[in-house]
Design a protein around this ligand. Structure first.
Ligand code: URA
Length: 270
């Protein structure tokens, strides 16, 4: 068989396996209207105070509010991603550091100026060992799906918490609230065009929503930083670990990625 044909056939087989059965979105989109996207607002600094949403979570635990304030101060002082990584490593305010992580904090991998920030739930065992997010089986599937959507090299991949939750349980809202100032600062430094929220715990904490991921996925939301200085379009989708258990759901995740990529690549008026 012609090698070019064989490689095209194997790529098609991979896409079919991932649930890709169409090259087009269900709905057409208006490229003239698309050009009317407002330019991002310039950031404006505010003094560190406990944001209302964080304050609400902080009330759930006695020491959380001071840990959140410490995280806000440490995150705001970081001038680049290297400094932010060092600040996370030095931070002792998240209980997961002492309860779940065996090795280290796990911050990000990917492009520091990516147009897309991907936020997962939290590191697992493989990530704790290697110090990078999404490097286990779920991460490999995520990478294959991002590659099929043309997003290789265009993502900054991180999590809602930076230490492994014990036994790979979901992170609690309090643990996510303590890590949120670092995540928000990372988003501010990367300055992406949009967010992909992977899995229910990530989507719920970022969007402050109560619905399950099957209801949230595939819809556009507006993510707002806790001080309201940054607003970005955000798309929740299914977690790749779920897709490994339920391969039939890959089709839904693929449709979400297509919707997201269409908006990401939409021409903006110059
Ligand atoms: N699952 C996540 O949500 N994040 C990781 O980094 C790995 C697995």
């Amino acid at each position: 068989m012609d090698p070019a044909f064989a490689s095209a056939e194997s790529l098609l087989a991979f896409w079919a396996d991932a649930g890709v059965d169409a090259m087009l979105l269900d709905e057409p989109f208006d490229r003239i209207e698309a050009g009317k996207i407002a330019p991002p607002r310039p950031p404006e600094r505010k003094p560190a105070t406990l944001a209302p949403a964080a304050r609400q979570v902080a009330n759930a635990g006695p020491d959380m509010s001071s840990a959140i304030l410490q995280a806000q101060e440490a995150a705001a002082a970081a001038q680049d991603l290297e400094q932010l990584k060092a600040a996370i490593e030095a931070f002792d305010g998240c209980p997961l550091k002492f309860e779940g992580a065996a090795r280290q904090s796990v911050f990000y991998r990917g492009a520091a100026d990516a147009p897309l920030v991907v936020v997962g739930e939290g590191p697992g065992q493989e990530e704790d060992l290697r110090g990078e997010p999404f490097v286990g089986r779920a991460g490999q599937l995520l990478d294959r799906m991002l590659a099929a959507a043309g997003l290789t090299g265009r993502t900054f991949i991180t999590n809602s918490v930076f230490w492994r939750p014990p036994g790979n349980r979901n992170p609690t809202p309090g643990e996510q609230a303590v890590c949120a100032p670092f995540l928000e600062r990372a988003i501010e430094l990367v300055n992406p065009k949009m967010l992909l929220l992977v899995g229910g715990p990530s989507a719920k904490s970022m969007l402050k929503r109560e619905e399950g991921i099957l209801s949230l996925r595939g819809r556009w939301f507006e993510w707002r930083s806790s001080d309201s200085r940054i607003e970005l379009p955000a798309m929740p989708t299914l977690h790749p670990a779920f897709l490994l258990r339920q391969p039939a759901a890959k089709k839904k995740a693929w449709s979400d990625l297509l919707t997201l990529t269409e908006r990401l690549d939409r021409p903006t008026r110059g």
